[in-house]
Every structure is written in structure tokens, then in C-alpha cells.
Design a protein around this ligand. Structure first.
Ligand code: NAD
Ligand code: ZN
Length: 366
């Protein structure tokens, strides 16, 4: 097991990464001051519960913890106020009180939803993240929690830091291949924004990482979490620096939304978005020779680097304008300076974005 610390003063917390960690949960909870006198509420989804529910609850019950359980349907649609309300009902029935602790076992959907339950239940109780998707190495760190509204994704939410993250990498073995690949998009993103040597390492080891060799996956997640943790500890509430984590996301979110969140996964959208950001960077002169290395790395993880199918340029631009990161009508982008460094650029001209969308559709290089 390897442990990383997210430094945020009183709200600092450990991230434990390794194999067969759920058996150690009672001890890890006690290390955080959470003993068996505190009621625990496990929140998970219908895919994850039969796979890992008991692996989590059994050792806890054996150690004397009282554990309630609530399961939401797998999928993004569970990130809603309706499901939040149902969880509150189940928590009340179980007798979760102010001493209670929420355990979020699952991917980003469960993490965001259960985290928001913890942020709001009785004005806020602690929660523990038990991520089971590769993408969730990203979503479980940083304390952004929330649910969707029919008019917008993640528009109802809070900053609520977990008291601990326990990432058992063995759980990734049951993850569908497309979700694995999609998760690597965020790992690649972390390398591209902050660490060129990590980017090299990812390129050299992509095949073994795709095969989910535990020691390598652990190393990749450790580095991904390290970079995310560094950024969020310096800017917990997204005043500035934290925006770099949105690299590739302006175009990525627009593609995801335009595809109705079914055609493209989040990671696939972000992958194409990072190629777009690299093209934009070269066109605007913030960077040189970043498009090809970006594509090479993404392709090594079987991630898409061009736009397939029919996309309306106007629709995509409209979606980018609506993105909550676009301020005062001006397009703001995170653009590369080189591989391993990015910066936020405001006032990106619309014509340059249109050109990049056309290049992406044509599958052009730089
Ligand atoms: N809070 C943040 O900072 C942050 C960052 C990025 C993304 N997110 C959010 O994360 C969500 C996406 O997360 P996700 O990609 O993990 O999706 P997800 O939670 O829907 O999981 C993907 C699918 O895999 C299944 N699954 C999960 N773990 C499994 C396992 N070990 N084996 C087999 N199947 C498994 C799930 O049931 C689901 O069907 C989005 O809602 C997004 O907004 C949040
Ligand atoms: Zn993302």
C-alpha cells in the first residue's frame, strides 16, 4: 500500500492506493478517529454492490461497526436530487446521526452523489471515498461533490473533502475495457499539465497499463493523484490554478453534451479536447510541437484523437459558451506551453476554435 497526503490544513487527508485494502478498512478508519461507535452508511450502485459490497461491509461488521447500505441504479442518471432524497430517507431509516460517516463505493457517479449526501446530511458529516473506476482516482480527490439538474451537469454541489480515499486497484479488473481506456484520459491529462517525465513513462508502459498490471496501475494512479492533490491543495475552491485540471475539458464537455452523454464517454471527449487544446496552442503560439506528442500518447491508450461523425460547429460553440468556465462571453481555454505545462488563456478568438474543430473533424495533424 502506498499513501499520499492531500495537504489542506485541518481538512488534510490520506489517499491509500494498493491491493486488497478493504480488509484493512477497520484499521484505516480507526487511524482517522472513526471507531465502531460511529454508524457507517455504505452507498454504492447496482453494478458495484454484488462485486465489492460484502468485501467492504464484512470486515467492518466483524470489527463491530454498524453498517447501513443503500444502492442506486448504475449510471449518470443517479446523480439527481431524486436519488439524493431517497438516500436521505434510507439514511434516516437506518439511524445515521451526526456521528455517522458515509462510505462511497463506486465510480465518479457514486462518489459525487454520496459525497453530496455527506456534505448536506445534517449540515455535513464525514465521508470516505472508495473509488472503483480508473476515472474515480480523479473524481475522488479534491472534494467536488454534487448532482446534476435537468438543465445542467454538476450545477448543484459543494466542496466537501473526504476524510480518506482508499483505492483498491484490484477492483479495476472487472471494469469494462472502454471505462478503463476512458479513465486513462484523465491520467494522461495529469501528465500533460504537470509532468513531462510521467508522460514519457505512460507512453513507454501503455500496453502494460492497459492490461492493468497492478504494480504499474498503482504507480500511474499514485502519480495522477499526486498531481491532482498538488493542484487542489494550492487552490481548494478553484479560485485560479485549479482550472488547469480542466485541460481538454472545454471542447470535451461540449462533445459529451452534444453526444447526449451516450455517444462519447467523458474520457473520450477529454481526449479529443486535449488534441484540440494542443492545436489551439500551436495556432495561437503558446506552444510548439505539442500536437504530435499529445496524439501519440493518447493513441497509445487507444483514445480517440479526431472527431468522427457529424458535429455542428455552431452547436459545439454554443455549448462551450454555456460552459460555466466561460466568463463574460469570452472563451477561456487551458492551453499547453509544452508537454507537462499549461496555462489559462482568456479571450480565445472564436475563429481559431472553429478552425480547430474543422481540423479535428478532418483528423489533421499540426
Ligand atoms: N468530483 C470530481 O472532481 C469529478 C471529476 C471527474 C468526473 N466526475 C464525475 O464522475 C462521473 C463519472 O465517473 P465514472 O466514469 O467513474 O462513472 P460511473 O461511476 O458511472 O462508473 C462507470 C460504470 O462502471 C461501473 N463500475 C464502477 N466500478 C466498477 C468496477 N470496479 N467493475 C465493474 N463495473 C464498475 C458503474 O456501475 C458504471 O456503470 C461523472 O458524473 C462526472 O461528472 C467528478
Ligand atoms: Zn474530467
Amino acid at each position: 500500500m502506498r499513501t499520499l497526503k492531500v495537504s489542506m490544513g485541518e481538512r488534510s487527508y490520506p489517499i491509500h492506493i494498493g491491493s486488497d485494502l478493504y480488509a484493512r478498512l477497520p484499521g484505516l478508519l480507526r487511524d482517522r478517529g472513526i471507531g465502531p461507535d460511529r454508524p457507517l452508511m455504505l452507498v454504492t450502485d447496482t453494478h458495484v454492490r454484488p462485486l465489492y459490497g460484502e468485501k467492504v461491509t464484512e470486515p467492518l461488521r466483524e470489527a463491530g461497526y454498524r453498517v447501513g447500505e443503500a444502492t442506486v441504479p448504475a449510471g449518470e442518471s443517479s446523480k439527481s436530487l431524486e436519488h439524493l432524497s431517497r438516500l436521505v430517507e434510507e439514511a434516516l431509516r437506518f439511524g445515521l446521526d451526526r456521528q455517522g460517516v458515509v462510505l462511497a463505493l463506486g465510480g465518479g457517479v457514486v462518489g459525487d452523489l454520496a459525497g453530496f449526501l455527506a456534505a448536506t446530511y445534517m449540515r455535513g458529516i464525514p465521508f470516505v471515498q472508495l473509488p472503483t473506476t480508473l476515472l474515480a482516482h480523479d473524481s475522488s480527490v479534491g472534494g467536488k461533490v454534487g448532482v446534476n439538474h435537468p438543465l445542467g451537469k454538476n450545477v448543484i454541489g459543494a466542496f466537501h473533502q473526504p476524510v480518506m480515499v482508499v483505492f483498491d486497484v484490484e477492483t479495476l479488473r472487472t471494469l469494462p475495457a472502454r471505462e478503463v481506456i476512458s479513465g486513462y484520459a484523465e491520467v494522461v491529462k495529469e501528465a500533460l499539465i504537470a509532468d513531462a517525465s510521467f508522460a514519457d513513462w505512460l507512453l513507454r508502459n501503455s500496453e502494460r497499463l492497459l492490461r492493468l498490471e497492478p504494480a504499474l496501475v498503482e504507480e500511474a494512479i499514485w502519480n495522477g493523484c499526486r498531481i491532482k492533490a498538488e493542484v487542489v491543495s494550492r487552490d481548494e475552491r478553484e479560485a485560479g490554478l485549479r482550472a488547469v485540471l480542466n485541460y481538454g475539458h472545454t471542447i470535451g464537455h461540449a462533445l459529451e453534451a452534444a453526444s447526449g452523454y451516450v455517444g462519447l464517454t467523458h474520457g473520450e471527449g477529454v481526449s479529443i479536447g486535449m488534441v484540440g487544446a494542443a492545436m489551439l496552442g500551436e495556432a495561437l503560439g503558446t506552444a510548439r510541437e505539442v500536437v504530435q506528442p499529445t496524439k501519440r500518447l493518447l493513441t497509445a491508450f487507444r483514445l480517440p484523437v479526431q472527431l468522427e461523425g457529424n458535429w455542428s460547429e455552431d452547436d459545439l460553440l454554443e455549448l462551450m459558451r454555456r460552459d460555466k468556465k466561460v466568463r463574460g462571453g469570452a472563451y477561456t481555454f487551458v492551453l499547453p506551453e509544452r508537454i507537462g505545462a499549461v496555462r489559462v488563456v482568456r479571450g480565445v478568438p472564436e475563429e481559431a476554435i472553429r478552425k480547430v474543430l474543422r481540423q479535428l473533424a478532418a483528423g489533421e495533424g499540426s
